[in-house]
Write a protein that binds this ligand. Structure first.
Ligand code: MEV
Length: 329
């Protein structure tokens, strides 16, 4: 039996603009998905999933009978879970050159599902790592990231960027620009607080909305470029340890994302609550439309303020996690 874990992430800077070739800086956070795998003596997969936002379910599939699951959670969720797990196991078998093998798999995650915190990427990254190790192999974090990206790309029909999978596999703060991904060195401690409105935005629709705006209005194209400038300045501020400037740039980044129409009342309310509670900076994270904000909190006040903010379902501390995927003893 082998357990591996991998972190979720927030976007410190650059979501949406990254779609148009600008850089982005996602950061791994101390919220993890843990995947335990144990080889079976048939070729079926049995998955038991216990996510923060689900009551939990167990499905078994594959093998000769290939029966479909009969579970009491929304079918698309189960289908997505099966797609990610199937993909992770396929990648693991390929990595160690094994043709067929079944597993009992347990997924436990404290990353809210579908909230833009990279929960599916964390499950895929941890799943590949655990299955490879269970079969006696080992991959470095970059190789896990590459294979996890293949899985996300397949399941999300070509819509995935490398940000989530790379960040989850290598940990820390990373810089992503197209296919070029690297970890940023010497990044200071980043005391993140996440506020979650309990909802989720439709990433495909939000990305399409920005594309239309950018085609029709020069201001939107300029805004995307300005986000790129903020990312470059933010990266420099991070590397000289100037977290006050990082916070200021997060505020600018949120304003520009609002101009592109991807914020929401709940997100704006949480961002303002964080700022009024003396956060160094606050912005939405991910596609927007609903989901999460991230604030840089130098006191306890932001966390407490968010917990009492109307529209905030839950708030939690989630500092930068310098560990990427790792095996759990
Ligand atoms: C979604 O989490 C982030 C976006 O930039 C889309 C993407 O990069 O694939 C909006």
């Amino acid at each position: 039996m082998t357990t591996s874990s991998a972190p979720g992430k927030v976007y410190l800077f650059g979501e949406h603009a990254v779609v148009y070739g600008e850089p982005a800086v996602p950061c791994a956070i101390q919220r993890r998905a843990r995947v335990t795998v144990e080889e079976r003596d048939d070729d079926r997969l049995q998955v038991q999933a216990n996510d923060l936002t689900l009551d939990g379910f167990t499905v078994t599939w594959g093998g000769e009978t290939n029966d479909r699951p009969d579970v009491d959670v929304p079918a698309p969720l189960v289908e997505a879970a099966m797609g990610y797990i199937d993909g992770a196991i396929e990648q693991a078998l390929d990595a160690v050159d094994v043709e067929e093998c079944g597993f009992d798999i347990t997924v436990e995650s404290d990353i809210p599902l579908g909230a833009g915190l990279g929960s599916s990427a964390a499950v895929v990254v941890a799943g590949i790592d655990a299955a490879v190790r269970e079969l006696g192999g080992e991959l470095d974090a970059q190789a896990v990231a590459e294979r996890a990206y293949e899985v996300e790309y397949e399941v999300q029909s070509g819509e995935a960027s490398r940000a989530d999978t790379f960040c989850s596999a290598v940990g820390g703060a990373v810089r992503v620009r197209g296919d070029d991904c690297r970890r940023l060195d010497d990044v200071p401690t980043l005391p993140f607080v996440v506020g979650y409105d309990g909802g989720t935005g439709d990433t495909g629709e939000l990305v399409a909305g920005v594309r239309e705006l950018r085609e029709e209005y020069d201001f939107a194209a300029d805004t995307v470029e300005s986000i790129g400038d903020i990312v470059r300045k933010g990266e420099a501020a991070l590397q000289r340890g100037d977290i006050e400037e990082v916070g200021r740039l997060m505020d600018f980044n949120h304003g520009l994302l609002s101009a592109l129409g991807v914020s929401a009342r709940s997100l704006d309310t949480m961002v303002w609550a964080a700022r009024e509670a003396d956060a160094l900076g606050a912005k939405l994270t991910g596609a927007g439309g609903g989901g999460c904000i991230v604030a840089l909190d130098r006191t306890e006040q932001t966390h407490t303020a968010l917990e009492y903010t109307p529209g905030c379902e839950t708030a939690f501390r989630a500092a930068l996690d310098t560990d990427g995927v790792r095996v759990e003893e």
